[in-house]
Design a protein around this ligand. Structure first.
Ligand code: SF4
Length: 414
């Protein structure tokens, strides 16, 4: 049996494509060409298939996972449940502490959402540090995680050319990608090539066998709005697009990560278009944070940048919580970041998909002071339910509700 891409190329509708399309009320047959071409992917979890890219709505990922400092398996499982409840499309487990396999198993059992990992995280922990990593440990980690039911791998394809460009750059913050820096650290310590490129055929074999979506990491994202868009970022963009082509030729679904981190707001559309005009693949963006100064409120700075990124064509967002740059988020902070990014994805989609029907539907309810209808149309119905009156004007203007006044006075002329 072929992979999802190969089946689509033969004109067959794979069950996962059908399921992902039906979740969004789309025609699977119409999406087939995008899957075949690589401009859309379907990430298949144990219980849910999620469409990402052309034809599908913009999606939001939530990061969870134990760090080496804070280790509470139950709390991370609760965060996964919160993310699913409040509308996350996918989860990424970034665990680097505790029993990584155990937490992943608990998350996989406790959620219907597709789960992504950054396998180099577990590989470096299992090896006992960057200096002890080797290619066998890395490939073995990929194999084991795939067998456990992970849906997607983030692989950082940093190579010598990218590192050379980085050495010449004048960045304030250098590299802020953990997976990218571990991969680069391994290369610099051992003198070996990038492990995922050196063993590309084996990586492809694992991905094909388990229908893993490869997400090409954004090692060279800026950690400050003055850092992005330099030569190192340009080398990585070209490199990731070339590797995405190779994945696609192997029948492996691929997503390119780019324009993430911190990006000045006027540069976001330009950055997105550099990717989207050069390749068909779905673009995954972490943030981007439109300012470095919103520490403690980075969900807001990220959502502002993300709405611009999706408007320009980005397909998939990684939610940023208010705890970004500070610590592991709480359940409440996971929820806040997710809701902010779901709003950003929707704002972006009104442009990306050229439709304001959903907004018009809410406004029609607002015009009728129909609170129940507004709750049904709202991105966060739970919050609205707690705040609004059962009927009539709200407490903002009370008896002088503009909607009520105009309706009454206009009808007097009838
Ligand atoms: S009372 Fe004011 S804010 Fe509330 S529904 Fe009427 S016009 Fe809108």
């Amino acid at each position: 049996m072929g992979t999802i891409i190969e089946e689509a190329q033969e004109g067959k509708v794979p069950p996962a494509v059908k399921a992902a399309a039906e979740r969004e009320g789309l025609d699977p047959q119409a999406l087939l060409q995008y899957i075949a071409h690589g401009s859309a992917t379907v990430m298949v979890g144990g219980k849910r298939a999620v469409g990402i890219g052309r034809g599908f709505s913009a999606k939001v990922n939530v990061n969870i996972g134990i760090s080496t400092v804070r280790s509470d398996l139950a709390a991370e499982v609760r965060k996964a449940a919160v993310a699913e409840r409040y509308g996350a499309d996918t989860l990424t487990d970034l665990s680097m502490g505790g029993n990584i396999r155990e937490i992943r198993g608990a998350i996989l059992r406790g959620t219907a959402l597709p789960l992504t990992t950054v396998p180099i995280y577990q590989a470096v922990v299992d090896a006992g540090g960057i200096d002890y990593l080797d290619a066998d440990i890395i490939l073995d980690t990929l194999r084991r995680q795939a067998e456990e039911g992970v849906s997607s791998f983030v692989l950082h394809m940093t190579d010598e050319k990218t590192l050379e460009a980085l050495r010449r750059s004048q960045r304030v913050l250098g590299v802020v990608s953990k997976g990218g820096s571990i991969t680069a650290g391994y290369m610099l310590h051992t003198g070996c090539k990038n492990p995922f490129l050196e063993h590309f055929d084996e990586v492809m074999e694992i991905a094909r066998k388990h229908e893993i979506v490869i997400s090409l990491g954004n090692t060279m994202r800026g950690g400050s709005i003055v850092d992005g868009g330099d030569a190192a970022a340009a080398v990585e963009r070209r490199q990731n697009i070339e590797i995405a082509d190779r994945c696609h030729q192997h029948g492996v679904q691929v997503i390119v990560e780019g324009c993430g981190g911190h990006v000045r707001i006027d540069r976001i559309p330009l950055c997105v278009r550099l990717y989207k005009d050069a390749s068909p693949y779905p673009l995954f963006v972490a943030g981007p944070l439109a300012t470095d100064r919103a520490v403690g409120h980075d969900d807001i700075a990220g959502a502002v940048g993300a709405s611009v990124a999706v408007s320009a064509g980005a397909d998939y967002l990684c939610a940023i919580t208010p705890a970004e740059h500070i610590g592991l988020p709480t359940e409440e902070e996971v929820k806040q970041g997710l809701i902010a990014f779901r709003i950003a994805a929707h704002i972006g989609d009104t442009v990306r998909r050229g439709s304001d029907d959903a907004d018009a539907a809410l406004s029609a309810c607002r015009a009728e002071l129909d609170w129940k209808g507004q709750i049904e149309q709202a991105i966060d119905p739970e919050r609205l339910t707690a705040l609004v009156p059962d009927s009539g004007p709200c407490s903002m203007c009370g008896d002088y509700c503009a909607i009520k006044i105009m309706r009454e006075y206009l009808s007097r002329g009838d």
